[in-house]
Design a protein around this ligand. Structure first.
Ligand code: NAG
Ligand code: NAG
Ligand code: NAG
Ligand code: NAG
Ligand code: NAG
Ligand code: NAG
Ligand code: NAG
Ligand code: NAG
Ligand code: NAG
Ligand code: NAG
Ligand code: NAG
Ligand code: NAG
Length: 794
C-alpha cells in the first residue's frame, strides 16, 4: 500500500528527470556502451544523487565513474567512485556484456577496471541509484559494500568495511580503528554499527556518537576519512552553501600518526581543525634523502650532550617508551643521560610524575598546549640553535604560574616502569587484536557489560575517565559528611574529598539525570576528553544503583564571586538562587584581586571557553558562565567548572521546549526571544562576567552609586561612563580603585571593557566568537570602537 503511494509520488518526477536530456533512471544493456564523452548521468528517483563519469580531480584529462550529490555541485562532493586510482581516457567505455557482466574498459581493450562480478548474472541487470546514494548493479552488487572514503546515512558498517583516504595513506578498519600502516592512532572503543539519518552513529557497546546537529532528520550528512587521516561527520548547510564539520574523531589533527615523518614536529595553531605543518626541531634539519629530520651535529659523544626544552611538544610514538615515574626534573634528565639510546624525554610540571624517555626513535611528534608538558631533546653540547618552541613560561606567566621543580616525594623503589604503548592510544597490533577478541567474548554476555566497561576503561585509559566504586567515593568524602559538603544546588551537591592515593577531589552528586547508563558513560567520556589548563579536570565518575557522581580535581581557592563581590552585597546574591551555585559555604575574608590577576583570569576563562567552542565543536556550549562557575586554583589560575553538564540532560528535550538554561543576569537575549541558541550565548555571559571583573559589582545590582530605575542597564551604564564620557576610573571596582595607575593599567582595562561591550551586544551576530574574544584580550587583534549595548526586555 505505502509502496504504491511511493510509486505514485515518484512517477511524476520521472518525466521531469528525462526532460533534462541525458539523465537516465538506470543503465541497461540497451544503452551500452557508455563513454565519458557522452554527457550522460544516472539520477536517483528523487534526484538527490547522480552517478556518471566525471573528470578525475587528480588527473583532469582522465575520467572516473562516480556518485555525487546532484545539488551540491560547486565542489562536486564525490561520495563514491569505481576507479579513483585508475582513471580512464574519454574514449573508455562502460559496457554490460551479453552474459550480464558490467565492465569498465580503458579504450577498446584492456582489463576490466570495475569488478562487479557476482554469482547471479543476467543480461537484464541494470545499474541504478537508490535515494540513499547506494549504486546497485543487478541483484547483488552494491556500492555500499565497497565504500571509498565516505560513508552515508542508511549505510551499514560491517566488520570488513574499510574506508581509505583518497591519498591512500590512512584507513578506517574493522569499523573501529583509524590506522596508519599497522599503527592504530584512534579507536572508537567498540565497533560502529550504523549511521542514522538523525546524525547518530550507533556503536556495538550502545554508547552512540552524536553529531553536533543530532536530531535534525532532514540534514544531508556524510562520514568521510580525509587525506589528513581524520574522520569527520559533515553536514551540509544550505544557507551557507557549504559543508560544516559536526563531529570529528581527533580534536587535534596532530594526534594523527604519520602526518609528519620521523623527527618532525606536527604543528597546528588550532585556528582550524585541519591545518598543520611539519617542522624540524631546533638542532635538526630536513634529511635530503628521506622524509625525516636528522640532527645537524651528530650526537656521537654521548657524554657531551645537553637538552633543548621544547615547550608543549610530545613525541608520542616509538618502539620503546618507558614512563619512569619521577617528580623531579633532575632525576628524569639524569635517567635519560644515563641511557645510550635515549633521544630525549617528556616531562610534566604538574606533579603527576610524568617522565617518559624516548628511546631509539623520535616519531609522532606534535606541538599542542594540551600536552601540558615539555619535551627535552638531546643534542650535542656544541649545538648553537636555541629552542624555538617556547611560550610555556609566557602562558604560565599569563594564566597559570605552576610550581616548577616539585620535590621528589616518591620512593626510588617505586620506579615502576610500564609500557606507554598501553597508556597512549598507540596500541600494538597484538594488544588491539587481543582486546577485540576479549571484547567479542564479553559482548556475548550482556550481563557482564558493566564489567566490560570497567575493564575496557582499565585498558583504554585515554578513552575514558576512571570509574570509581560507590564505596571509594563514600570513604573519600567520609560518608558524605556534612562537614565535607562545600556546595549545594538544585541540580547537585558538592563534597570535598580525598582519594586513597591522597589526591584531594571535589565530588559532585547529580540529582536529576535522565538517560541510560551507557548514555551517562558516553557523556562523561566526552566531558573527560576536554583537557585545558583553564578547565576543571574531570578525573572520574561513579554510576552505581542510579547514583550518578562526578569526581573532579579540587580547586583550592574557591570561586571568583567570593573575591569580586564583598559581603555588603551578599543580601542581593539571593537573586541568584534560581540556579545552583556550587559555592564554598565558608565565608572567610578573601583577598582583593589586583588588576593583573583580574586580567589573567579574564584571559584564562576566554581561552577555556574558546577551547570548548572551537576545538570541541560548537555544540559544547557552557550555557552557564558566571563568577560562581569560575574557580581559582593556586596563584589564582582560573578554572572553568560545570561545562558539559547540560549534555547529561537529554538532547531531544533541549531541542524542543523549556529551553532556558543559565542564570538571570547572564542570559543572552536569545534565550528569552525565540531565536536559535548558538555559542554566542556564552559570549554574552562572558561579557557580563568581564564587566563584573572590572567593576566588582554584580550586574543585576544597580551600580555602586546609582539611582535605581527601570531604565538602568549595567552594560549601558558602564558604556556611558567608560567609553562615551571617557571616565574609566568611575566604573572601576572601588576596592582597588586607589591602586589604579592610568599608565600601567589603562591598556588592559580598556581592552577588557571594550571586549566586554562587544560581547554583550544584543544581536548575536554582532558579538565576536570566543576565539576572537581571547585574541582581543591578548591584544593580538585590534579592537574597534564598540557600539552602545542596548537593553533587551527580560
Ligand atoms: C557535455 O557538457 C559540457 C558542459 O556541460 C559541454 O562542454 C560538452 O560539449 C557536452 N558534451 C556533449 C557530448 O554533449
Ligand atoms: C535541487 O535544486 C533545485 C533548485 O536549485 C531544487 O528545485 C530541487 O528541489 C533541489 N533538489 C534536491 C534533491 O535538493
Ligand atoms: C587509460 O588510458 C589513458 C590514455 O590512453 C592513460 O593515460 C591512463 O593511464 C589509462 N588508465 C588506466 C587505468 O590504465
Ligand atoms: C539475454 O539472454 C537471453 C537468454 O538468457 C537471450 O535470449 C537474449 O537474447 C539476451 N539478450 C541480449 C540483449 O543479449
Ligand atoms: C571480482 O570479485 C569477485 C568477488 O569479490 C572475485 O571472486 C573475483 O576474483 C574478482 N575478479 C577479478 C577479475 O578481480
Ligand atoms: C530523497 O530521499 C532521501 C531518502 O529517503 C531523503 O533523505 C531526501 O530528503 C529525499 N530528497 C528529496 C528532495 O525528496
Ligand atoms: C535504507 O536501507 C534499506 C536496507 O538496505 C533499504 O531498504 C531502504 O530503501 C534504504 N533507504 C533509502 C531511503 O533508500
Ligand atoms: C565478521 O562478521 C562475521 C559475521 O558477522 C563473522 O563470521 C566474521 O568472523 C567476522 N570477521 C572478523 C574479521 O571479525
Ligand atoms: C527540517 O525539519 C525541520 C523540523 O524537523 C523543519 O523545521 C525544517 O524546515 C526542515 N528543513 C528542510 C530543508 O526541509
Ligand atoms: C624552529 O627552527 C627550525 C630550524 O632550526 C625550523 O625548521 C622550524 O620551522 C622552527 N620552528 C618554529 C615553530 O618556528
Ligand atoms: C626496550 O628497552 C629495553 C631496555 O631499555 C630492552 O631490553 C628491550 O629489548 C627494548 N624493547 C624493544 C622492543 O626495543
Ligand atoms: C615569566 O616570569 C619569570 C619569573 O617570574 C620571568 O623571569 C620571565 O621573564 C617571564 N616570562 C615572560 C615571557 O614574561
Amino acid at each position: 500500500m505505502s509502496l504504491c503511494i511511493l510509486i505514485f509520488l515518484i512517477i511524476p518526477l520521472l518525466p521531469f528527470s528525462f526532460s533534462s536530456a541525458q539523465s537516465l533512471s538506470s543503465f541497461s544493456i540497451s544503452r551500452s556502451p557508455w563513454h565519458p564523452s557522452q554527457n550522460r548521468t544516472i539520477l536517483s528517483p528523487n534526484s538527490t544523487f547522480t552517478a556518471g563519469f566525471q573528470r578525475s580531480p587528480t588527473f583532469p584529462n582522465l575520467f572516473i565513474f562516480a556518485v555525487w550529490y546532484s545539488n551540491i555541485s560547486h565542489d562536486h562532493t564525490i561520495i563514491w567512485s569505481a576507479n579513483w586510482d585508475s582513471p580512464v581516457h574519454q574514449s573508455a567505455s562502460l559496457i554490460i556484456t551479453s552474459n550480464g557482466d558490467l565492465q569498465l574498459i580503458n579504450g577498446s581493450s584492456g582489463p576490466n577496471l570495475w569488478n562487479t562480478t557476482t554469482s547471479v548474472r543476467s543480461n537484464s541487470s541494470r545499474l541504478f541509484l537508490r535515494d540513499d546514494g547506494n549504486l546497485l548493479f543487478g541483484t547483488s552488487w552494491e556500492s555500499f559494500e565497497y565504500p571509498t572514503d565516505t560513508f552515508l546515512p542508511n549505510q551499514t558498517f560491517r566488520n570488513t568495511t574499510v574506508l581509505t583516504s583518497r591519498n591512500g595513506k590512512f584507513k578506517f578498519t574493522g569499523s573501529s580503528n583509524l590506522v596508519y600502516g599497522s599503527d592504530i592512532y584512534w579507536s572508537s572503543g567498540s565497533t560502529l554499527v550504523s549511521f542514522g539519518v538523525d546524525g547518530r552513529v550507533v556503536k556495538s557497546s550502545g554508547d552512540p556518537i552524536y553529531s553536533a546537529d543530532f536530531g535534525e532528520n532532514n540534514k544531508t550528512r556524510r562520514l568521510t576519512l580525509g587525506d589528513d587521516g581524520n574522520l569527520r561527520i559533515f553536514s551540509f548547510d544550505p544557507k551557507r552553501g557549504k559543508w560544516v564539520v559536526v563531529w570529528v574523531a581527533l580534536l587535534e589533527i596532530c594526534e594523527v600518526h604519520g602526518l609528519c615523518g620521523p623527527g618532525y614536529i606536527c604543528y597546528s595553531d588550532g585556528s582550524t581543525l585541519s591545518d598543520y605543518e611539519c617542522v624540524c626541531p631546533p638542532g635538526f634539519k630536513r634529511s635530503p634523502n628521506s622524509d625525516s629530520c636528522e640532527s645537524k651535529i651528530p650526537n656521537n659523544d654521548l657524554a657531551r650532550s645537553k637538552f633543548l626544552r621544547l615547550d608543549f611538544v610530545n613525541y608520542s610514538g616509538g618502539s620503546n617508551q618507558t614512563n619512569v615515574i619521577t617528580y623531579s626534573f633532575a632525576n628524569c634528565s639524569s635517567k635519560c643521560l644515563a641511557h645510550d639510546q635515549c633521544l630525549g624525554f617528556g616531562f610534566k610540571y604538574d606533579g603527576s610524575g610524568y617522565c617518559v624517555l624516548q628511546l631509539e626513535k623520535l616519531i609522532n611528534g606534535y606541538w599542542s598546549p594540551n600536552t601540558e608538558m615539555a619535551f627535552y631533546l638531546r643534542v650535542d653540547q656544541s649545538e648553537p640553535d636555541p629552542s624555538n618552541f617556547t611560550g610555556m613560561s609566557e602562558v604560565l606567566n599569563t594564566t597559570c604560574p605552576v610550581l616548577v621543580g616539585l620535590p621528589d616525594t616518591s620512593d626510588e623503589s617505586n620506579k615502576t616502569t610500564w609500557n606507554i604503548v598501553i597508556v597512549s592510544v598507540l596500541f600494538t597490533v597484538e594488544i588491539a587484536s587481543g582486546v577485540l577478541l576479549f571484547w567479542a567474548f564479553l559482548k556475548r554476555y550482556v550481563k557482564y557489560r558493566d564489567m566490560a566497561q570497567t575493564l575496557g576503561l582499565g585498558l583504554f585509559p585515554t578513552a575514558g575517565p576512571k570509574r570509581f566504586t560507590y564505596a571509594e567515593i563514600k570513604s573519600a568524602t567520609k560518608d558524605f559528611s556534612e562537614e565535607n559538603m562545600i556546595g549545594r544546588g538544585s541540580f547537585s551537591d558538592v563534597y570535598m574529598g580525598k582519594l586513597h592515593d591522597g589526591r584531594p577531589v571535589a565530588v559532585k552528586c547529580l540529582k536529576s539525570v535522565t538517560g541510560g547508563d551507557s548514555e551517562f558513560w558516553a557523556e562523561v567520556t566526552i566531558i573527560a576528553r576536554m583537557h585545558h589548563l583553564n578547565l576543571v579536570r574531570l578525573w572520574g565518575f561513579c554510576n552505581e544503583k542510579s547514583r550518578r557522581i562526578l569526581v573532579y580535581e579540587h580547586v583550592s581557592n574557591g570561586s571568583l564571586d567570593k573575591y569580586l563581590f564583598r559581603p555588603s552585597h551578599i543580601g542581593l546574591e539571593g537573586q541568584n538562587n534560581e540556579h545552583e551555585t556550587d559555592m564554598m559555604l565558608s565565608q572567610e575574608q578573601k583577598p582583593i584581586l589586583d588588576w593583573s590577576i583580574r586580567y589573567r583570569i579574564a584571559l584564562g576563562v576566554a581561552r577555556a571557553i574558546a577551547y570548548l567552542h572551537e576545538e570541541c565543536l560548537e555544540w559544547v556550549l557552557h550555557c552557564d558562565i558566571k563568577p560562581e562557575n569560575i574557580l581559582l586554583g593556586d596563584d589564582f589560575c582560573p578554572k572553568v567548572a560545570d561545562f558539559g553538564l547540560s549534555k547529561l540532560r537529554k538532547k531531544e528535550q533541549l531541542v524542543t521546549m523549556s529551553r532556558i538554561r543559565g542564570t538571570r543576569g547572564y542570559l543572552a537575549p536569545e534565550w528569552t526571544k525565540n531565536d536559535p541558541v548558538t555559542s554566542k550565548v556564552d559570549v554574552f555571559s562572558f561579557g557580563m562576567v568581564l564587566l563584573e571583573i572590572v567593576t566588582g559589582v554584580r550586574n543585576m545590582i544597580q551600580g555602586p552609586s546609582c539611582i535605581p530605575s527601570e531604565e538602568w542597564y549595567f552594560p549601558k551604564w558602564a558604556f556611558e561612563l567608560a567609553i562615551e564620557e571617557r571616565r574609566m576610573e568611575e566604573i572601576l571596582d572601588h576596592q582597588i580603585k586607589h591602586s589604579y595607575d592610568d599608565k600601567v593599567h589603562f591598556n588592559i582595562i580598556d581592552r577588557m571593557v571594550k571586549t566586554a561591550m562587544w560581547c554583550v551586544q544584543e544581536r548575536p551576530e554582532m558579538r565576536p566568537s570566543m576565539g576572537k574574544v581571547a585574541k582581543m584580550l591578548e591584544g593580538t587583534v585590534e579592537i574597534m570602537e564598540p557600539p552602545k549595548p542596548t537593553m533587551f526586555y527580560l
